[in-house]
Design a binder for this molecule. Sequence first.
Ligand code: PBG
Length: 326
Amino acid sequence: MNLTDRPRRLRRDGVRELVSETDVSASDLIAPVFVDATTDERVPIETMPGHERVPIEQAVDRVGEIRETGVEAVIVFGVPESKDSEGSRAWAAEGVVQEAVRRISAETDAYVITDVCLCEYTEHGHCGPLEPDAREEPTLTVDNDRTLDLLGEIAVSHADAGADMVAPSGMMDGMVGAIRESLDEVGHTEVPIMSYAAKYESAFYGPFRDAADGAPAFGDRRHYQMDPANSREAMREVALDVRQGADVLMVKPALPYLDIVRDLRENFDHPVAAYNVSGEYAMLHAAAEKGWLDLDAVAYESLLSIKRAGADLILTYFAEDIADRL
Ligand code: PBG
């Protein structure tokens, strides 16, 4: 045996850390927060152990708990007190997200991001008002261009309430440009846009739709979210968002789409975010509950893989648990 190349030499404790290429730190993580205008108590989210919907009055406390773990950024989702066909509670100045963000930004030092979408606010659960679609069954689809106006209003209402960054998640064509224009028109030129640029029509969002009460009442989101079969299309989507002024580019979900995270890292210079979604969280919890996986270990390994693939920031329901252990 004449083995000169022995990679095992660098795997011993002591040197192992020195040659480690990637790590996860609390400052990479964004914790989702669900604020619910229909309750005055915290409601556990059954499919996402450890997470709750909190009433507006407890939004500040909830963010305080997150900040204590070292996580600095949150993304706020709202469950409104009522829904209609247009989703009008989404841009109401005293809507659930606006009220929560006003308090969070006044009373905490968290960096506050808001999800800009209509699916939690429309009674049909789609990401914008509907229009007849003559070309296909089902005969209704989201009215893209009308939705753009509404997304602009939502983003402005969030920024007015104190949001530090807005994150449009509806996969409407032109959404980043429309939001940038609306924000700039009223002077919110400093509010960045994190675009859910490559968002797939994924079955991994199941638990979130319980959490935020945003499941479509009929049909699915294939008319606007991306086909999981496609990767070149993701680069096209991302390029469009870049041209429209996106500041941060997100891939969603994360683990089943690490190839897309890597493609994006290699093809663009913007910060890359990945959303480790509700189903990715729920499946690890379910396996751990059965004693089949070590939850802390697989959670950390998941986030590490997402970083290794090229993500700079990660939106994850594991944020607090992981940050706590770092
Ligand atoms: C839409 C939105 C969704 C998620 C984040 N923003 C749901 C959807 O597209 O159906 C999913 C997040 C998750 O599964 O964790 N507002």
